[in-house]
Design a protein around this ligand. Structure first.
Ligand SMILES: NC(=O)c1ccc[n+]([C@@H]2O[C@H](COP(=O)([O-])OP(=O)(O)OC[C@H]3O[C@@H](n4cnc5c(N)ncnc54)[C@H](OP(=O)(O)O)[C@@H]3O)[C@@H](O)[C@H]2O)c1
Length: 232
């Protein structure tokens, strides 16, 4: 049985990914701030585990990875899903907001990749999925500059993982969805209408599909854009 770690897998897109991977026969190790969120999934004990993980607390990364491997005996995929949106541009938002975006959207995935890579290498077909955004691909007027910068950094990191893990069969993909119907954008002014947003289940399906691909089919990024734009 293959084993995936999903950060922030307790709600929003992370929950959709967790449900889909469980349906597809994976064992899932959730990294959660609130362990009670794991109770929402109907899965037997040998298929689901939850560990404390706070993206702003560096000390929680290594125990989650080690705990996962101790519990399931292997690690096949790391899904860096946990993320935040704070409005930071040249007029609004604080240094603290900028630091929080960097901490959660960039540093935490970096730290988890570092800890997970040795285990992913061992399988000969390890996978890293980073949930980026269309905001990783371009700057769009009106969108948080801080969020956009953090997702661009995550895209760069994904490329670095591809090179670091290539010879050991590790493949990395940045998933770049546009507006997805979760709490993250629920109260964002000017966001696209609900009916036009991507359902989280659609994005989860993309993640699940990419995880089925063999080492020969390396997908550096997958853009799913609900909005008509040039190139992306
Ligand atoms: N929604 C969109 O339009 C959209 C589009 C493109 C990309 N994305 C990306 O998709 C990912 C998932 O977002 P979402 O849309 O599902 O948003 P969401 O509904 O707001 O969920 C955010 C998730 O991240 C977790 N999280 C936030 N801060 C954390 C921290 N310090 N430590 C651990 N977990 C933390 C949350 O856990 P708690 O329950 O503990 O808060 C929650 O599980 C993010 O990386 C986001 O940037 C979203």
């Amino acid at each position: 049985m293959k084993v995936a770690m999903v950060s922030g897998g307790g709600r929003g897109l992370g929950a959709a990914i967790t449900r889909r991977l469980l349906d597809d026969g994976w064992a899932v190790s959730l990294g959660l701030r609130d362990l009670a969120q794991a109770g929402a999934f109907a899965a037997p004990e040998d298929r689901l585990a939850a560990f404390p993980f706070d993206a702003t607390d560096p000390a929680t990364a290594a125990p989650w990875v080690a705990g996962t491997v101790a519990r399931f005996g292997r690690l096949d995929a790391l899904v860096n899903n946990a993320g935040i949106l704070r409005v930071v541009d040249f007029e609004q938002g604080s240094e603290d907001d900028l630091d929080a975006l960097w901490a959660v959207n960039v540093k935490a995935p970096f730290r988890l990749i570092r800890e997970a890579l040795p285990h992913l290498r061992k399988t000969g077909a390890g996978r890293v999925i980073n949930i980026a955004s269309t905001d990783a691909k371009r700057y769009r007027a009106g969108v948080s500059v801080g969020y956009t910068m953090s997702k661009h950094a995550l895209l760069a990191m994904t490329q670095a993982v591809r090179f670091a893990g290539w010879d050991d069969g590790v493949r990395a993909t940045a998933i770049c969805p546009g507006a997805t119907d979760t709490d993250l954008i629920a109260n964002v002014p000017g966001v696209m209408p609900k009916a036009e947003r991507l359902p989280p289940e659609t994005v989860a399906g993309i993640v699940a599909f990419i995880l089925t691909l063999p080492n020969q089919a390396s997908v550096p990024e997958f853009i799913a854009n609900p909005r008509l734009e040039s190139l992306i």
